[in-house]
Design a protein around this ligand. Structure first.
Ligand code: MRU
Length: 352
């Protein structure tokens, strides 16, 4: 994959049907930039589980490509390929529960397979590879559109707070929350980004700070307990985060800590925006209470990055995500435009 300063390619399919998935191994950043080659579906599953590839849209793309790896060596007729596709779909769906893009991509691949009833086994395999590549390319295009829609919200000299990483690394390219920032920067606006470090896996300080710095954008890392004081000091003009799933009523699941930031923004009268492509909206989940929240292992809190930070015998609470109620979200920034105010009625537009 070729990379340039403002556009990171997080993952791609290399070669033809006998090719492989190449992805940036995000567990190694910012220390090392290394690419991970996935030649079977199990490697993709583990890459998703341990967060080598992470961020809702990027997980969706990885799952679509993982399905191609699963079916491409299947011997036999079309029915055999369909059977393997069903097995691999269930397997990949078990990797992480919260980001709806994972299930969205798996469903889309299955729908395309069902609709291609006229294709034989080889034709079907090639059709699914084409669809996985299309999902990647469409994700990049949606992120660019989100950037254009959101950039006018950023005034010259603005201070923007973001949480976790919803940048190029979390998508096929360009990001969601960071997309308006990239566009505003490219348009010559001066801005300053504050990146919450985002305990326990530090996606903010390891990934957001890394990619913004690489793009020449002014970025300052905040420990997670510093956002309130930064707001009180007037450093923050707006907050933009990403989302893992947006329920039909506009409630937003995103990285643990997002809800706290939304409450703080509300208390300081600071607009709180969520940027997400339509693939992150889930019509079938009525409200935030219905969103499955991934629980991660105690070790991620207890032994963060090598050093022991809590005694072995104490319990740790490890939800990976939280839910921000719709009423705390000023607007949703999507590739199709802004949704404001955020309600069941306005969110319904996305599903049309
Ligand atoms: O656990 P992660 O790193 O996959 O969590 C990622 C987030 O919470 C992102 O904000 C979200 O997926 C949006 S990415 C465009």
């Amino acid at each position: 994959m070729t990379q340039n300063a403002t556009s990171l390619k997080t993952l791609c399919w290399c070669g033809g049907l006998d090719g492989y998935v190449e992805m940036i191994d995000q567990t190694l950043l910012p220390e090392k930039f290394e690419l991970l080659e996935c030649r079977d579906v199990e490697t993709v599953w583990h890459a998703i589980k341990r967060l080598s590839v992470r961020g809702a849209p990027a997980i969706g793309v990885a799952a679509a490509m993982g399905l191609v790896l699963a079916i491409r060596d299947t011997q036999g007729d079309r029915a055999a390929v369909m059977e393997r596709l069903a097995q691999a779909s269930e397997y990949l769906a078990s990797s992480r529960p919260t980001a709806v893009n994972l299930f969205w991509a798996i469903e889309r691949m299955n729908r395309v397979a069902n609709e291609s009833a006229d294709l034989d086994a080889e034709g079907l395999k090639n059709r699914l590879l084409e669809e996985a590549k299309t999902i990647r390319d469409e994700d990049a295009a949606m992120c660019r559109a989100i950037g254009e829609v959101g950039a006018p919200l950023i005034a010259d000299g603005a201070g923007i707070l973001t949480h976790c990483n919803a940048g190029g690394l979390a998508t096929a390219e360009f990001g969601t929350a960071l997309a308006p920032i990239y566009v505003a920067h490219a348009n010559g606006r001066k801005l300053r980004v504050f990146a919450d470090e985002t305990r326990p896996l530090l996606q903010g300080s390891r990934l957001t700070a890394w990619e913004l710095d690489r793009a020449g954008i002014d970025v300052t890392v905040l420990c997670d307990n510093m956002a309130a004081s930064a707001m009180q000091q007037g450093l923050i003009d707006l907050v933009i985060t990403g989302a893992d799933r947006i329920a039909a009523n506009g409630d937003v699941a995103n990285k643990i800590g997002t809800y706290g930031i939304a409450v703080l923004a509300n208390a300081h009268n600071i607009p709180f925006y969520v940027a997400a492509p339509s693939s992150t909206f889930d019509e079938n989940t009525k409200s935030g209470a219905d969103i499955p929240i991934e629980m991660r292992g105690d070790e991620e809190v207890r032994h963060g990055f090598g050093r022991q930070t809590a005694p072995d015998n104490v319990k740790c609470h490890c939800p990976a995500f939280d839910v921000t109620p719709a009423h705390l979200v000023t607007a949703l920034i999507t590739e199709r435009g802004m949704i404001q105010p955020v309600s069941t009625e306005t969110v319904a537009e996305v599903f049309k």
